[in-house]
Design a protein around this ligand. Structure first.
Ligand SMILES: [Fe+2]
Length: 404
């Protein structure tokens, strides 16, 4: 699609932003007519599906229960290894699967503008997931999100059943709790038609169904919220990494000291030192302590750099330098060989641990990195793709080591 969509950003027709923030934000769902206007047809979204899938952003959802329907590899198998719009249309027309398209703002400039505007209004990052559902199918099973959701109905209709939260204000790093509402009566049910907007605070359980005989398309504007817990978690991780370089902090601790003999003054001094390192991290700016970067020029530049890096990786490969990009990322250990990496705290991708360790030592020529990383070529390429494309945690360029 060539940017046919147009849009402008407001929020609710009859509730202004100060009222929304005071009465509803993080508290109550809100349903109403929207002043957020987006023109985007089902056909245009169909055309975008192949490129969105190539970027890893399409989920096929089972029509009967609304759960994950097909893994990406299985979906590709359905298309004989090559996904095109005709294949998606056929799969959709047979009523077999809904499609959830993540990161639609990457492909539709008007949605990128809308996300940037929402980011300015709220102060955190927004992206867009489109839900395209065949007639009389379940769009999503009962679940809750750890992000703020503003669902805008574009075509057809959808029924949203809202249930009591099992976890109030869930944060990205918090564990996801089990949702079981089969026997529960919804606290509220809303029927969305084109132009309706539903705000669903993070944590509110919802089930979404297209009961109509026509296909349904809605956009979820997803607000990626940083919690105070994640800010402090990041600052603590940074302080810990810095203090691990200090001989004072590496000195041995005897068990009986921890049992009570350790002088309180020393403990207080060390806690003060730790606090000052955390404050220094936070004062460095957003990259140091936020899990999500905001929709601003820096993010656009980071995405452009990532695309350029992928192009370079596909090229001849000599004289290239790989470096960590400076974007904040989270690590969760997998096993002895892999570390799971994320920049949104939600989707974690496995990366070869030796590759990550080598990059922490500073920028490296690509050839040197290959020799330092003890994994197969296939694993190396997969890990590089994760670091560069999926997370933006690393970049690849033609710079010399002197300028690195
Ligand atoms: Fe959801």
């Amino acid at each position: 699609m060539k940017g046919a969509a147009t849009g402008s950003v407001g929020l609710f027709d009859e509730v202004d932003l100060p009222t929304f923030l005071a009465r509803y934000f993080e508290r109550e769902a809100l349903f109403g007519r929207s002043s957020l206007t987006v023109e985007l047809s089902i056909d245009e979204v169909m055309e975008l599906l192949p490129v969105a899938m190539a970027n890893g952003g399409v989920r096929a959802i089972h029509p009967g229960v609304g759960a994950e329907g097909l893994a990406k590899a299985d979906l590709l198998d359905r298309f004989g290894g090559h996904a095109d719009a005709a294949g998606f249309r056929a799969l959709f027309a047979e009523g077999q699967f809904s499609f959830a398209i993540q990161g639609l703002e990457l492909h539709v400039p008007a949605l990128a503008s809308a996300c940037a505007r929402l980011a300015t209004l709220f102060g955190y990052r927004f992206d867009v997931t489109a839900f395209l559902s065949p007639p009389r199918t379940v769009a999503t099973r009962p679940h809750y999100d750890r992000s703020e959701v503003f669902a805008l109905q574009l075509h057809g209709q959808k029924r949203w059943d809202l249930f009591e939260p099992v976890d109030r204000l869930p944060a990205h790093r918090a564990r996801q709790r089990t949702v079981d509402v089969d026997a529960a009566v919804p606290r509220a049910t809303k029927h969305l038609t084109p132009g309706d907007l539903l705000y669903v605070p993070r944590g509110v359980i919802h089930r979404v169904v297209n009961e109509d005989a026509a296909p349904s398309l809605h956009l979820s504007f997803v607000g990626l919220v940083d919690s105070w817990a994640s800010v402090f978690g990041n600052a603590m991780e940074a302080a810990y990494a810095a203090l691990m370089d200090s001989p004072e902090w590496r000195a041995a601790v005897r068990c009986r000291e921890m049992a009570g003999d350790i002088p309180e003054m020393r403990l207080r001094q060390m806690i003060a030192s730790f606090s000052s390192h955390m404050l220094a991290t936070i004062s460095l700016g957003t990259a140091g302590y936020l899990d999500h970067c905001i929709n601003d020029d820096a993010q656009v530049q980071r995405l452009a750099a990532a695309r350029k890096s992928i192009d370079l990786l596909d090229g001849p490969g000599s004289g290239l330098v790989v470096r960590l990009s400076g974007a904040h990322f989270l690590e969760r250990y997998g096993d002895a060989y892999t570390t799971n990496v994320s920049t949104d705290g939600d989707r974690f991708y496995p990366v070869a641990s030796t590759l990550l360790e080598a990059l922490r030592g500073g920028p490296r020529p690509l050839e040197e990195l290959v020799s330092r990383t003890s994994c197969s070529d296939e694993e190396f390429l997969r890990s590089m793709t994760v670091l560069i494309r999926d997370t933006g945690a690393a970049s690849l360029d033609m710079a010399t080591m002197d300028s690195a």
